[in-house]
Design a protein around this ligand. Structure first.
Ligand SMILES: Nc1ncnc2c1ncn2[C@@H]1O[C@H](COP(=O)(O)OP(=O)(O)OP(=O)(O)O)[C@@H](O)[C@H]1O
Ligand SMILES: O=P(O)(O)OC[C@H]1O[C@H](OP(=O)(O)OP(=O)(O)O)[C@H](O)[C@@H]1O
Length: 232
């Protein structure tokens, strides 16, 4: 048995994760063709690289099918309601920074705060006969945040991508999504509520509390943690 390390299988997260490990003496690489999700690990024995979708890594950690995994804090908090009991945060990796926020049309000049949103939502329901719709893929975090903030009259609609477009497409009145540079929000004429920050996220290395660790796995993990500690 070896220690299984789950890493996003594509894009900026994969490349930056590989670079983070390389700097600490662990070389991760994809093998085979561009389309083959196989990988290898050099610089330490008994570690197996598992290439996965960033969105699936929280579930694999919680199920104990991988021992270590790299993914955003947003995805762990959203997908694992008991995340503190299921995973341990080993290290924030310093990339993949994104804020999960609530945004509304920039032309809503009377709506700048959650209190304003609550008032607008009540008025919206009276006029339109249905609840104000907020498009998001972060259902659990957004529902909890809005409810705790006293915003009651809203309905979440699912959007798995291009979420900022839902307002122009008239399938939602507001959105909750991650933003990094803010360019996508600006391009879609949306503004962030001044108290609409739900979570600050970045790519993070997590350890599963649910996985089985053999004596050899524990020794490998100790060695890895020492290698990580050697570079700050
Ligand atoms: N523009 C961005 N800037 C920085 N981080 C981002 C940005 N977009 C997404 N992220 C982060 O990258 C991680 C993966 O995001 P996302 O779920 O969109 O993955 P993906 O690349 O679509 O992968 P997959 O569809 O395979 O799950 C999330 O933790 C997210 O916070
Ligand atoms: O603030 P910005 O720098 O503009 O980045 C934010 C955008 O990045 C992410 O989308 P991604 O590119 O992952 O595509 P998606 O819409 O398919 O999630 C996110 O969902 C935003 O749409």
């Amino acid at each position: 048995m070896s220690l299984k390390l789950g890493v996003p299988s594509k894009g900026r997260l994969m490349e930056k994760t590989f670079a983070w490990f390389e700097k600490r003496g662990v070389s991760l690489s994809r093998t085979g063709s561009d389309r083959e999700y196989a990988g290898k690990v050099e610089g330490i024995d008994n570690v197996q690289l598992v290439l996965l979708s960033a969105g699936e890594i929280p579930r694999e950690l919680a199920a104990g099918r991988i021992h270590l995994g790299v993914t955003g804090a947003d995805l762990v908090h959203e997908k694992l309601p008991r995340w503190e009991q299921q995973v341990e945060e080993i290290a924030p990796l310093g990339f993949g920074q994104a804020d999960l926020i609530i945004a509304v049309p920039s032309c809503w000049v009377d709506v700048d705060t959650l209190d304003d949103l609550d008032a607008a939502a009540t008025a919206f329901r009276e006029v339109h006969g249905h609840r104000m719709r907020i498009a998001t893929k972060y259902h659990r975090l957004v529902r909890e945040f809005l409810t705790d903030s006293g915003v009651a009259d809203f309905a979440l609609v699912d959007s798995q991508g291009a979420t900022e477009g839902t307002v122009a497409n008239e399938t939602a009145e507001g959105i909750a999504d991650i933003t990094s540079t803010g360019e996508t929000l600006r391009a879609n004429h949306l503004k962030i509520l001044s108290d609409g920050l739900i979570l600050r996220s970045q790519a993070t290395l997590w350890r599963s509390r649910e996985a089985q660790y053999s004596a050899q796995d524990r020794a490998t993990l100790e060695t890895l943690l020492d290698m990580f500690d050697s570079v700050r």
